[in-house]
Design a protein around this ligand. Structure first.
Ligand SMILES: *Cc1c(COP(=O)(O)O)cnc(C)c1O
Length: 358
């Protein structure tokens, strides 16, 4: 009889929120949908794809588009089927069974997950109450534990906290580990290390089209690293990891830099708007709701009533992300930010209405 091995036997498939909600603020997606002109350009380009042929294994067109937009050399860019895939490729490439991976918790849960799949040891640095990171403590722990890979998001999902560039440089130059810096949300902040990625022999920066770029549907992410590390990633990834449709759409997206800039601006404004509205609630109910400053496209709120608020919002047709005694709320359209704040206020005021699920 076949039995699954230890590392996978208790796993369950990823289960995002499903169901009908009028407002979805749970997955940090962009609320902006592609304009009609770009959709038409995509439709035409997609109709020209040679569907009988394999795509370009190195996705050169889209890597060049990314490189141009972010001012990095194209031969230092590796494309992936979402940056999620690239996390897995990195771990497969640079770790051997039993090696140590260090994360800075709380952080993106996929880091620990892929660590377990490659049968490596997971060591976690615990952030303080305000989600701050003591760089010297991280360095001491990484070196004492002989971490081979140190992976974290900056700005952080879910805490929204951003580490300063000079702190990251200190980390990079003080640990022996490969540092994987996930800048999925850096478009909403200003501490990117992209412009100096090749000064370090141990740095890989991850980027994604799923957040600021508003293209979560196409599954497209990038790793930026020096030539040596890039060559390893290209050798280890599966040959045709980014399909032809995604490559085509990605290329078109990056050919509209003004559009991307405008998306970043609008999403940042929406984030500031949501934060300002929630801050009024946190000030009115300081014992029940606390916010952390945000450098992302979402707001992280701490409340001992997280589960109750989550359920109340769901009954109002609004879905956010529940994480223990925290809520992570993605910035949406103006009316969506308004609605989520109005309903949280109604909850806090103790007004209970009969709500239907949609
Ligand atoms: C959303 C997110 C990603 C992006 O993943 P994709 O696979 O590119 O959609 C990567 N890292 C973090 C921290 C994220 O929140």
């Amino acid at each position: 009889m076949f039995e699954c091995n230890q590392k996978v036997k208790d796993l369950v498939p990823y289960d995002p929120v499903t169901g009908m909600y009028r407002i979805r603020l749970d997955a940090n997606e962009s609320y902006i949908t592609l304009p009609l002109e770009i959709k038409q350009e995509i439709a035409e380009a997609v109709s020209e794809i040679h569907y009988n042929r394999y795509p370009d294994p190195y996705a050169q067109g889209v890597c060049m588009g990314f490189a141009k937009y972010f001012h990095v050399p194209a031969d230092c860019v590796t494309a992936g089927n979402g940056s999620d895939e690239l996390i897995s490729v990195i771990m497969n490439a640079f770790l051997q069974k039993g090696d140590t991976v260090m994360t800075l918790e709380k952080d993106f849960s996929m880091y620990a997950f892929y660590t377990s799949i490659v049968e490596c040891r997971h060591v976690a640095y615990q952030k303080d109450e305000s989600y701050g990171i003591d760089t010297d403590a991280v360095i001491r722990q990484a070196n004492a534990e002989r971490a081979r890979v140190l992976i974290f998001s900056n700005p952080c999902n879910p805490t929204s906290h951003v580490m300063q560039r000079k702190e990251i440089v200190k980390l990079l130059t003080s640990v022996d580990a490969l540092v994987v810096l996930d800048e999925a949300y850096m478009d909403f902040s200003d501490q990117s290390l992209l412009s100096e990625f090749d000064r370090y022999d141990n740095l890989i920066i991850l980027k994604t089209c799923s957040k600021a770029m508003g293209a979560a549907a196409i599954r497209l992410g990038f790793a930026v690293a020096n030539k040596t590390l890039t060559d390893v990633l290209k050798a280890v990834k599966s040959p045709y990891n980014v399909n032809a449709v995604t490559q085509t759409i990605g290329e078109i997206l990056f050919s509209h830099p003004d559009y991307i800039d405008s998306c970043i601006k609008r999403l940042t404004e929406a984030r500031d708007d949501l934060y300002a509205r929630l801050l009024l609630l946190a000030q009115a109910y300081p014992n029940r709701l606390r916010l952390t400053p945000t450098q992302t496209n979402f707001v992280f709120a701490e409340t001992s009533e997280a589960a109750e608020i989550f359920a109340y919002l769901k009954a109002c047709g609004i879905v956010v992300r529940l994480m223990g005694d925290r809520l992570r709320i993605t910035a949406g359209r103006n009316h969506e930010n308004d609605a989520v704040c109005t309903e949280i206020l109604n909850y806090l005021k103790g007004e209970v209405h009969e709500k239907s699920a949609n």
